[in-house]
Design a protein around this ligand. Structure first.
Ligand SMILES: [Cu+2]
Length: 66
């Protein structure tokens, strides 16, 4: 498993947390949103998913990856 931290803009409430963590879960990654730091910690299997796909999934939910 690989662990990364991604800076994301536009997250403000529990709805945002659920959207992002849900989207990551759907693709087989494990996400943890930190609203205070505008970041998302993601654990994923490098053999299954790429960082680019994770960033795309977050952007598809309507947030900006910095
Ligand atoms: Cu929100």
């Amino acid at each position: 498993m690989k662990n990364i931290s991604i800076q994301v803009e536009g997250m403000s409430c529990q709805h945002c947390v659920n959207s992002i963590e849900g989207a990551l879960k759907e693709m087989g990654a494990k996400g943890k949103v930190d609203l205070k730091n505008n970041s998302v910690d993601v654990s994923f299997d490098e053999n299954q998913i790429t960082i680019e796909l994770i960033k795309e999934a977050i952007e598809d939910q309507g947030y900006d990856v910095v």
